[in-house]
Design a protein around this ligand. Structure first.
Ligand code: NIG
Ligand code: FE
Length: 412
């Protein structure tokens, strides 16, 4: 099956030679071809170029993209899209004055979601998660990472990851999974944190590894959750099972989690709403991708990750949604890209690089997606007729997607 897209007003994120990620000043550069064609063969990008060089092809299907842009699908490297129920009541409680921390301290927050999930069957959890997966695909996401962490028991953590694996199997998007056993301390383990870490490390983790349920290991390294020592224990244990770290750090407090992640060769360190100069130094020269989650900052009214500081220090930056019931009940990467420009002073070029190739890097998928490169998966966004690519973040909150192509098939 071949699909030829012709008359593309501008083809974005064109990388003739595959790159892993873009950093610092290079993020300002978004290579494009105006008046372009793109050829898809089966599920792959087979060719692209200027319309004036359009080869004589007998394609099975032709899409005329006159006035429209084509770009690689969004790569959302941080989500908790598998969850049960919702936390609308806590949302109202916060409106009425309680803080996220206060809600968590009285047994709400992550523990609230865990309780609901523990009482949900695997099949029901899958059924509840599917509409969200379909929704984000429609919004242009073509690669997604999915975490556990709302189980907090052996059974429920495995249930979450099995659902994530079913999504990987049943949907054409690229999916990576992450074991986030140390997300919060269950009430039964109050004042017995080491016992809970023992459970995560000695009981849950080996089962996760045995069933091959996760690519990565995560931990919520935060005051009131898991300390540097706890984090180190988890990451060391993950290493035994070849699970690379991708960790939650610096959401509310900066106390050395970034350097610890770098020390353990984390693929990414995510959140970073709080950032110290030492965190930047730790990231310099490392292979660890900093990941910002602006819709979490938006929803919780907490600071935005200081993107300018990171990029101006020569570092790369990826953007992701953090889709979850507590801090970010939205998986809209278009909103993330807009918010990064509006609130974090990223340029459209930087934000698009951050949401495509750098997001792919943060999932270990740079060789498969995140740019228009021959041999990469044909996961693409075709926009409506828009004046320029800067219009995508500028005209925020509006849907500029005409259609989505996943693995070579027009999905929506
Ligand atoms: O990334 N920060 C930790 N975990 C999630 C949200 C947890 C929740 O409130 O359910 C996050 O924001
Ligand atoms: Fe998260």
């Amino acid at each position: 099956m071949t699909t030829l897209i012709t008359n593309i007003k501008e083809l974005l994120q064109v990388r003739e030679i595959s790159i892993e990620k873009v950093s610092g000043k290079d993020m300002q550069h978004l290579p494009t071809i105006k008046n372009a064609f793109l050829l898809v063969e089966n599920d792959m990008i087979a060719d692209f170029g200027d319309m004036t060089n359009l080869p004589n092809i007998n394609a099975d299907k032709i899409i005329d993209a006159k006035g429209k842009m084509v770009l690689p699908s969004w790569c959302d490297s941080h989500t908790h899209i598998v969850y049960a129920g919702n936390r609308e009541q806590e949302f109202v409680d916060r409106i009425n004055g309680l803080t996220y921390e206060e809600i968590a301290n009285r047994g709400g927050g992550i523990l609230n979601s865990a309780k609901t999930l523990q009482n949900t069957t695997e099949d029901d959890l899958y059924q509840q998660s599917i509409p969200r997966v379909k929704e984000v695909i429609k919004l242009g996401t073509g690669a997604i990472e999915i975490k556990s962490g709302y189980g907090l028991t052996t059974e429920a953590e495995l249930k979450m990851l099995r659902v994530a694996k079913r999504i990987q199997k049943d949907f054409p998007v690229l999916v990576k999974t992450t074991f986030l056993g140390a997300h919060a301390l269950p009430l039964d383990y109050k004042n017995r944190k080491d016992d809970f870490l023992d459970l995560v490390i000695d009981e849950i983790l080996p089962k996760v590894a045995e069933e091959n349920l996760a690519d990565y290991i995560d931990v919520f390294c935060e005051k009131g959750y898991f300390s540097l020592n706890d984090t180190e224990r988890i990451l060391e244990a993950g290493k035994v099972h070849n699970l690379i770290p991708k960790i939650h750090v610096n959401q509310f407090n900066a106390f050395g989690g970034v350097a610890l992640g770098v020390k353990h060769n984390a693929l990414s360190v995510d959140h970073l709403e709080e950032l110290n100069p030492e965190d930047i130094t730790a990231l310099q020269g490392s292979n660890t991708m900093p990941v910002a989650l602006p819709s979490c900052s938006y929803f919780l009214s907490i600071p935005y990750t200081p993107a300018r500081q990171l990029i101006d220090a020569g570092l790369p930056l990826a953007l992701a949604t953090d889709y979850n019931p507590g801090s970010t009940p939205s998986g809209n990467m278009n909103f993330v890209v807009s918010t990064a420009c509006i609130k974090m002073k990223m340029t459209p070029e930087e934000a698009i690089n951050a949401a495509t190739i750098n997001g792919a890097y943060a999932m270990g998928l740079s060789n498969q997606c995140g740019s228009i490169t021959k041999g990469k998966k044909a996961n693409l966004i075709v926009t409506k007729e828009i004046p320029s690519y800067g219009f995508l973040p500028y005209s925020f909150g509006n849907n500029h997607i005409d259609s989505v192509i996943i693995a070579g098939n027009v999905i929506y």
